[in-house]
Write a protein that binds this ligand. Structure first.
Ligand SMILES: *Cc1c(COP(=O)(O)O)cnc(C)c1O
Length: 392
């Protein structure tokens, strides 16, 4: 066993069921392990390295800021923050931004905002938030409570109350809405839940019912955001107007950063002293995010859509693959029931490709700017690995 794996097992809490690989470095869409073996990276560090590993422009943005100052605190104004916030507001038509460090924190802020909006206007008791069955919103106590999967609701009692879980069906949603409801929170594509895209009609209905009943419409774009689906934020594909949008993962290209966007209805809900974060809006992360966001332009979004088409054509009728889900470069692959996703992932890694899994599916989140040749080669390794296991 490698020393690193030994030391990890000795000293790091055993919460991750890691693959037997030590990633040492990378460049673009290639990762290299401690033995010098190369892998095509279809994981982007779970959708964070938007432009792959050690992208030159990204390094330049980060380096420039590191040489100026690494952190100042939120007691003072800071240009990197204002630049990102202005760009986000311009490109989404949202009104204000708050910066956090992760997806779970961004969702905590959204939950606080929804509850306070309702408290300010209607008083105590209108505090129920409806999320969806099979959703994933994070690992803090409140975001675990928001997560609509029973396996996450164990051991850590008591959980935060007043969360209800609806099926992504209009009828079931209507049954869950009552006088106590203050918000509905959705992912347009459930990433951890198995890359399951919601029906566009359902998404539009959530928007409509929230407007009608004065509920806060929250879209969790932690995984779907920042270009991943071929749109800057996935909700932008639909004619809807969320009141709060949360994002993180790919926002700063591999540094920990999250953002919450507020519309005209929610921009004034949180005031002085009502929310905060020591590291939120860190200048280095903000500089990275600015560089990432300026590069998510129409050309890149078209590239993402074209790779999607390429993938769908290529994987059609391939042995062991039953269906493809998701959008853009957020891909779910349903496997023949004979195959286990983790076994397929292991075989891919043996063969020089790093994929992800989500539930029983293979999940792909490659760097957004991966070139078509490398993408094609990665898909070949995937198909070959699946074939080997089918014939084993
Ligand atoms: C990953 C994820 C989160 C949690 O983000 P962290 O940065 O791990 O806290 C929340 N929501 C969705 C949709 C995610 O995919």
């Amino acid at each position: 066993m490698s020393n690193i794996i030994f030391d990890d097992k000795e000293n790091i809490l055993n919460t991750y069921n890691r693959f037997n690989v030590v990633i040492k470095e990378g460049k673009g869409s290639i990762f290299v392990d401690e033995n010098g073996k190369e892998y095509i990276d279809f994981s982007s560090g779970i959708g964070t390295n938007s432009f792959g590993a050690c992208d030159d422009l990204w390094i330049k943005a980060v380096e420039e800021q590191i040489h100026k100052v690494q952190h100042t605190s939120n007691l003072y104004y800071s240009e990197p923050q204002t630049k990102v916030a202005k760009l986000l507001c311009e490109r989404t038509n949202m009104k204000k931004v708050f910066f956090a460090n992760s997806g779970a924190e961004a969702n905590e802020c959204a939950i606080k905002t929804a509850r306070k909006y309702s408290f300010d206007k209607y008083g105590m008791g209108r505090s129920e938030i409806i999320t969806l069955v099979n959703s994933f919103h994070g690992r803090t106590i409140a975001t675990l409570s928001a997560t609509g999967q029973d396996v996450f609701h164990q051991w850590f009692y008591p959980f935060v109350g007043d969360f209800k879980y609806s099926l992504p069906k209009i009828e079931d949603l209507n049954k869950n809405i009552n006088d106590k409801t203050c918000a509905i929170m959705i992912e347009t594509i459930q990433g951890e839940g198995g890359v399951c895209a919601l029906d566009p009609e359902f998404i539009k209905y959530v928007d409509k019912i929230c407007k009608e009943k004065d509920l806060i419409f929250i879209v969790d774009e932690v995984q779907t955001g920042n270009g991943r689906t071929g749109y800057l934020y996935s909700y932008m594909e639909y004619d809807v107007h969320p009141n709060v949008v949360t994002t993180a993962k790919g926002l700063a290209g591999g540094l920990p950063f999250g953002a919450i966007l507020f519309d005209e209805k929610t921009e004034k809900v949180l005031g002085y002293g009502q929310h905060g974060s020591t590291f939120g809006g860190n200048p280095v992360c903000a500089a990275a995010a600015y560089s990432v966001l300026t590069r998510i332009d129409d050309k890149l979004l078209n590239h993402i859509k074209e790779l999607r088409k390429f993938l769908e054509n290529k994987l059609e009728n391939k042995e062991g693959i039953l269906s493809i889900s998701g959008k853009g470069l957020m891909v779910g692959i349903e496997l023949d029931p004979k195959l286990k996703a983790v076994e397929v992932a292991k075989k891919c890694m043996e063969n020089g490709l790093i994929p992800l899994t989500a539930k029983s599916k293979i999940r792909l989140l490659p760097p957004l700017n991966i070139d078509i040749k490398t993408f094609d080669k990665g898909l070949d390794i995937l198909c070959e690995s699946i074939k080997e296991l089918m014939e084993a």
